[in-house]
Design a binder for this molecule. Structure first.
Ligand code: PMP
Length: 367
């Protein structure tokens, strides 16, 4: 039960919301914030200058374009689809909510692959949608594709995260094909982190083949716009129209549309930092593997974060936060993620700091 709601207010609430906990991103001020998978390298200077110039010209006394027309066209050209195959949202989160609004509800089922991004389940519960879990392998986190395909046959929505948050693994395109063939409903590939994965990891080549495939992207991760809240779905015109039916018309404000347009036009300027983050991910993973003698395990990742299992994870998280001002994400209380922390790949200095702090804490060292 969420704190701070009195009985009368709770009694008036939508029943499916009354027992839910509000989402807690567990943000606290910290010198090194590796908790939310943002791009800590910041925007390249040329892009920053273009964004600032565009923001200076924004006219805010008129409502925004409801469907972010200019941005949508730019995104469509980038991904080689028609503009009516793109839906822009106030962050990927809004689009996920709208997907559940459009394709969830009573007598509808979401197929979910835990452990994964917690918002899918939360939105499904809120919108009275049954959640059918197909759990990942407890050791490797691999998806049981046969079980998934079987569950998908009765689903109105399947969400597969690739790379998955927080486990970092990719879902192969061949399996996406099987899924789209089997599922009478919508198959959403959440590719929020795909820019950090090897070339060819996206399911986009399947879009012309399957009307029930949709792909979620965000500008919050690789493209440094977490604060502006811009995500987008690529899909068939039918799926995009279904999302248009349920959305709030002006959810994407003029400032965010203008900033995102510049970022998308300048997307190639991000390649260098994306490559650096990928290289740092491998260096950080190598450093963590050196701590195997202290009981550390790290999983391979195609995203901008690593999942790590450490002895006494909850206490390690606390010490990192309270004694070193380093914030990582504590997943140790999440089913299937016993002892696990997730750390965003930071700058080389941040990664060095987290590696040495972790080694000291695990050796029982004090400062
Ligand atoms: N999908 C996944 C897998 C995520 O991890 C996130 C952000 N944590 C999102 C979608 C939503 O991102 P945003 O709302 O910032 O676009």
């Amino acid at each position: 039960m969420s704190p701070g709601i009195n009985d009368a207010v709770r009694a008036a609430m939508r029943p499916s919301a009354a027992d839910l906990e509000p989402y807690d991103p567990a943000f606290l001020p910290a010198s090194i914030n590796l908790s939310a998978n943002e791009n800590g390298y910041g925007m390249p200077d040329d892009v920053q200058a273009h964004v600032e110039a565009a923001l200076a010209k924004v006219v805010a006394n008129r409502y925004p374009q409801p469907l972010s027309d200019a941005l949508r066209s730019e995104l469509a050209a980038w991904h080689g689809v028609d503009p009516d195959q793109v839906m822009v949202g106030n962050g990927g989160d809004e689009l996920l909510f709208n997907l559940l609004l459009a394709f969830g509800g009573r007598d509808h089922a979401l197929v979910n692959l835990p452990p994964t991004f917690s918002m899918y389940r939360l939105y499904a519960q809120l919108l009275e949608t049954a959640v059918v879990d197909v759990p990942r392998d407890p050791d490797s986190f691999a998806v049981d594709v046969d079980a998934l395909v079987t569950a998908a046959r009765a689903a109105s929505l399947v969400i597969v995260t690739s790379p998955n948050n927080p486990t970092g693994d990719l879902f192969p395109i061949g399996d996406t094909r099987r899924l789209c063939e089997a599922c009478p409903g919508i198959v959403l590939l959440d590719e929020a982190y795909v820019e950090f994965a090897p070339e060819g990891s996206t399911a986009a080549p399947l879009l012309p083949e399957f009307e029930n495939l949709a792909i979620l992207h965000t500008l919050s991760k690789a493209f440094c716009l977490a604060g502006a809240r811009i995500g987008y779905v690529l899909g068939s015109p039918s799926v995009v129209s279904a999302l248009a039916t349920v959305r709030q018309p002006y959810s994407v404000n003029v400032l965010s549309q203008a900033a995102a347009l510049e970022v998308v036009r300048d997307r190639m300027s991000f390649s260098a930092t994306i490559e650096e983050i990928e290289a740092e991910r491998e260096r950080l993973a190598g450093g963590l593997r050196q701590l195997v003698g202290l009981g550390v395990r790290v999983w391979p990742s195609a995203a901008n974060f690593l999942l790590v299992r450490v002895p006494g994870a909850h206490e390690v998280h606390r010490q990192l936060r309270d004694e070193r001002s380093i914030l990582v994400r504590d997943f140790s209380a999440t089913p299937g993620l016993d002892g696990c922390l997730r750390m965003t790949v930071g700058t080389p200095q941040e990664n060095d700091a987290v590696l040495s702090a972790l080694a000291e804490i695990l050796k029982g060292g004090s400062r």
